[in-house]
Design a protein around this ligand. Structure first.
Ligand code: NAX
Length: 327
């Protein structure tokens, strides 16, 4: 059987962690033949560490055949040791009344420390996914703090936006979500992201032609997908957790095991594609093969799409300028 791989997860006692760890341990992320060792990081706070122990007791009680080991950590330098995969879920999202500068400086501290720790102790091939918000900028900070690791190994989660867009299109067209291909979400994981179905197909037919309603795109689809996170909070009293964990599983599984030519969305450092400045952590359509992602290139960007892309890019550049002094 295969050698176990090491999967580090931060924020492991949080609500996304609770929806994520059991699926990683059951083989849904890396395959039903791939044993995993979970390296779980929480803040040193006694309550958080105790809650983490409780989650680990439940993981034990699942008797997962693929769970080859697990440890609790309070220090990224030990949590990330030899990690093959790192899912950075724990962060400080923006609270009510929190100033932007405060948000950026708290997360700056978390993600510079975690980037440095990955740089020092993780596998040289570690695949990093940042879920914790602001996800793109946190991923950018971690990447810039890990100069000895390939920049391409750092990614941010846009997959929840991608899956939300697919689900809205399925509802609008009355077609199964599994039949939708060639969907893309550009930019920042925030309400400015641009979900783009101009190239999408269902059983080979154009989704754009099927819907044929630019007003629906602009006035219904984009705001619904962009504000979906807020709508979940409003309905549930808590932010998206199971759907976020599911998107993290999708992102890592596709990156590791490939997409068979299917497009998915990942937040990745730009190499200048589509005029996005280098190193900006931006949502792009990609395909994955042999453990590598590749941007879908050559798509035409019309005036409306360019306007949307410029807006989400400007927001990201603002965020990244706000953390430059930390790097
Ligand atoms: P919770 O508050 O339930 O859990 C977060 C956990 O992270 C807590 O247990 C906390 O102790 C821990 N933590 C905080 N700082 C840490 C650090 N430096 N090292 C290790 N652990 C640390 O939040 P949850 O609902 O699980 O959400 C986690 C993050 O995901 C939030 O930032 C949230 O905004 C973000 N999200 C991102 C999404 C995306 O699509 N990219 C969607 C869902 C979610 O909103």
């Amino acid at each position: 059987s295969k050698t176990p791989v090491r999967v580090a997860v931060t924020g492991a006692a949080g609500q996304i962690g609770y929806a994520l760890l059991f699926r990683i341990a059951s083989g849904e992320m890396l395959g039903k033949d791939q044993p995993v060792i979970l390296q779980l990081l929480e803040i040193p706070d006694e309550k958080a560490q105790k809650a983490l122990k409780g989650v680990m007791m439940e993981l034990d009680d699942c008797a997962f055949p693929l769970l080859a080991g697990m440890q609790a950590h309070a220090d990224p330098m030990t949590a990330f040791k030899d990690a093959d995969y790192a899912l950075l879920v724990g962060s400080r999202p923006r609270g009510p009344g929190m100033e932007r500068a405060e948000l950026l400086s708290i997360n700056g501290a978390i993600f510079t420390a975690q980037g440095k720790a990955l740089n020092a102790v993780a596998s040289r091939n570690v695949k990093v996914l940042v879920v914790g918000n602001p996800a793109n900028t946190n991923a950018y900070i971690a990447m810039k703090s890990a100069p000895d690791l390939p920049a391409k190994n750092f990614t941010a989660m846009l997959r929840l936006d991608h899956n939300r867009a697919a689900s809205q299109i399925a509802a609008k067209t009355g077609k199964p979500v599994s039949a939708i291909e060639k969907l893309a979400v550009w930019g920042n994981h925030s309400p400015t992201m641009y979900a783009d179905y101009r190239y999408a197909t269902i059983d080979g037919a154009s989704v754009k032609d099927m819907i044929n309603d630019q007003a629906w795109n602009k006035d219904v689809f984009l705001p619904t997908v962009g504000k979906r996170g807020a709508a979940i909070i409003e309905a549930r009293g808590l932010s998206s957790a199971a759907s976020a964990a599911n998107a993290a599983i999708d992102h890592m599984r596709d990156w590791a095991l490939g997409t068979n030519g299917k497009w998915v969305t990942m937040g990745i450092p730009s190499n200048g594609e589509y005029g996005i400045p280098k190193e900006i952590m931006f949502g792009f359509p990609v395909t994955c093969e042999n453990g590598e992602y590749k941007i879908v290139e050559g798509l035409e960007i019309d005036a409306f799409s360019q306007e949307c892309i410029n807006k989400t890019l400007a927001e990201l550049q603002g965020e990244q300028d706000g953390v430059k002094h930390l790097l």
